[in-house]
Design a protein around this ligand. Structure first.
Ligand code: DLL
Length: 434
């Protein structure tokens, strides 16, 4: 098994990478100014010219771009190339507004594929692996993105897409899948279905690696998944606007490597837009350094994380982002206190009696926010002794209060009550916004 896909680039000292970034940034601003009416107007309104960008430090002189810009210019108003140069479109589902369209030149697909080839190599996935891809294929970027990356590293792809869970399990067994790529929620569901069929993922399959992302999941969930299924679970991150799934942790499982020769990252204060320093938690902002069809300048993804520029134990020098807590707009504000669903998950997963499925419900009663968490118990913990149930509810409520600083009502529900997901799971129902 090879250790690096491109050792020269992946282990290049950060200061050398920054020289590459600076050159690419200068070229990029000229390129977008010349090729996109949208960017020309945005730069002009902001009073900045491509020539003003002389170093990486000048990045902060550039205006941000937002998801709303993609929506406002729907479908292709931000593109820098004519349609005949595109080899593919992907389109976001548009559940929270108008969909966004992303276009790719052949070079964009190649850059995307290379990013994933580096990532997959860093977790030891390659030739000899059978990679079952349970992310949706089609307009969503998950399936096809993972597919191209897996083929590039020489793995054998099993393109199951999401759904048809019994069949997924049958194929894991019959074809001997060694890697599964899907949302963590879907894998939990697969594990549950396979238990129901009397098949243990740990003992009766050859699965050894999971590549889980497209939604936030916690360190505690990783521990649960790894212990119950015997696989190594890795985090994969990306967004459709940037291409799709792009980056993973390496085998050290300590942050997601962002390839600095292709992407320039910043962390900002979401309120003021000011740059924050390494180690401070804030909103991730990405500038694409190698995209042709839809380059993004200082794109405000909205995801909350922390950057580390420390050289990783794996030898890779590219900066890492720590587990993504979700988008700023996934954050709930309950009685003035900020709550990320991931924080709730972290607390719940540390309580052995609590199962993996939960739902957060927020209501407003007499001008007061009320947060309730519905949880299912594990099979082992299930007992019909009312006393035990009450004790468990109290324990969960007290642990949640300790971490979140707000009173939470806890309700234990029967197994199977919380809807299972084959894609991105919905973990919050906020009735205040209905
Ligand atoms: O979810 C791309 C993708 C596909 C990533 C498969 C990983 C695996 P979108 O549908 O545009 O693209 O959603 C992107 O999902 O801004 C985050 O809020 C969230 N997200 C994605 N990966 C993670 C992760 C794909 N590992 C949005 N941890 C992002 C936390 C994640 N959140």
């Amino acid at each position: 098994m090879i250790e690096y896909w491109n050792p020269l680039v992946e282990r290049m000292p950060l200061d050398e990478l920054e020289v590459i970034q600076e050159k690419k940034l200068k070229d990029l601003v000229k390129y977008v100014y010349q090729h996109s009416e949208f960017y020309k107007e945005r730069f002009d309104d902001f009073g900045v010219k491509p020539e003003d960008i002389k170093s990486l430090d000048d990045l902060k002189k550039l205006p941000f771009t937002y998801k709303s810009d993609l929506r406002d210019t729907y479908p292709t108003g931000m593109f820098c190339v004519p349609n005949e140069q595109l080899v593919r479109f992907h389109v976001s589902s548009g559940t929270t507004g108008k969909p966004t369209v992303v276009g790719y030149t052949q070079n964009d697909i190649d850059v995307w594929t290379t990013s994933l080839a580096r990532a997959m190599t860093s977790i030891g996935v390659g030739r000899g692996d059978i990679m079952q891809i349970g992310y949706g294929y089609g307009l969503f970027t998950g399936g096809l993105g993972a597919h191209y990356g897996a083929e590039e590293v020489g793995a054998t792809v099993l393109p199951t897409s999401s759904g048809n869970t019994d069949r997924q399990i049958e194929l894991i067994q019959d074809l001997g899948s060694t890697v599964i790529a899907c949302t963590p929620s879907y894998f939990l569901f697969m594990n549950e279905v396979s238990d129901g069929l009397g098949i243990s993922i740990k003992d009766d399959t050859t699965l050894r690696v999971g590549i889980f992302g497209a939604e936030p999941w916690s360190e505690e969930m990783r521990t649960r998944i790894e212990e119950s299924t015997g696989i190594k679970a890795y985090d994969i991150y990306g967004t459709s606007e940037l291409s799709g799934p792009l980056f993973t942790e390496c085998h050290c499982q300590n942050g997601i490597h962002i390839w600095a020769d292709q992407f320039l990252i910043e962390i900002i204060d979401p309120e003021t837009g000011e740059q924050l320093t390494e180690g401070e938690r804030g909103e991730l902002v990405i500038t694409t350094l190698a995209k042709e069809a839809l380059p993004l300048i200082r794109y405000r993804i909205g995801d909350i994380t922390v950057i580390s520029k420390e050289v990783c134990k794996c030898g890779r020098t590219h900066p890492r982002i720590m587990r993504v807590l979700g988008r700023a707009d996934d954050m709930l504000i309950v009685r003035g206190i900020n709550v990320f669903p991931g924080q709730v998950e972290s607390v719940l997963m540390q309580i052995p009696e609590v199962g993996e499925h939960f739902m957060i419900l927020v209501d407003r009663l007499n001008e007061l926010d009320i947060m309730k968490v519905q949880i299912e118990m594990t099979d082992e913990a299930f007992s019909d002794k009312v006393n035990d149930i009450i004790k468990l509810e109290q324990k969960v409520a007290s642990d949640l209060k300790h971490v979140l600083n707000i009173a939470v009502k806890v309700e234990l529900v029967e197994k199977g009550t919380i809807p299972r997901s084959m894609g991105k799971a919905k973990k919050v129902i906020d009735n205040r916004s209905l």
